[in-house]
Design a protein around this ligand. Structure first.
Ligand code: ZN
Ligand code: ZN
Length: 148
């Protein structure tokens, strides 16, 4: 199978293609992700910005994360589907939402962050490395090595 994946919003006005496979995939149970998700968490795919191309009009909402870094969430203004987010501290990366993929099996979650904020009914996968809040970059690298 060729590298990469594609996706879009519910109404079809927004489409994207990514020419690279995900660098990482993780579930986030932070409050902002829960509030914007429709359920208990978001599943974020991490890809290089240079490999990500989006078409269609998006509306964005920017809000600082716990870290203080500005996180911008982009969504379809017509159907409201979340498409991707960006983080001011990681300008070379884009975080498309797993929910927007055409083929959700194109990705495989590798870790869970902000697991301490997961509602009791949104069960954290015990098979994945999980972190109570946002792990330090070194902890992420260790978890990635473990997940391979
Ligand atoms: Zn739409
Ligand atoms: Zn989050």
């Amino acid at each position: 199978m060729a590298a990469g994946f594609a996706g879009g919003c519910l109404c079809g006005a927004v489409r994207f293609a990514c020419s690279a496979d995900p660098a990482m995939v993780g579930h986030c149970h932070c409050i902002d992700c829960r509030k914007s998700s429709g359920t208990g968490h978001c599943t974020h795919v991490v890809v290089p910005r240079a490999a990500f191309a989006v078409t269609g009009r998006l509306t964005t909402y920017a809000r600082p994360a716990d870290s203080g870094n500005l996180v911008t969430r982009a969504f379809c203004p017509t159907c409201g589907s979340p498409i991707y987010s960006t983080n001011a501290a990681m300008p070379d990366l884009v975080f498309p939402r797993a929910s927007s993929l055409d083929d959700p099996e194109a990705i495989k979650p590798q870790m869970v962050v902000y697991a301490s904020r997961a509602p009791s009914w949104d069960v954290v996968d015990p098979a994945l490395p999980s972190f109570a809040t946002m792990p330090a970059p070194g902890e992420v690298a260790a978890a990635m090595a473990q997940a391979r």
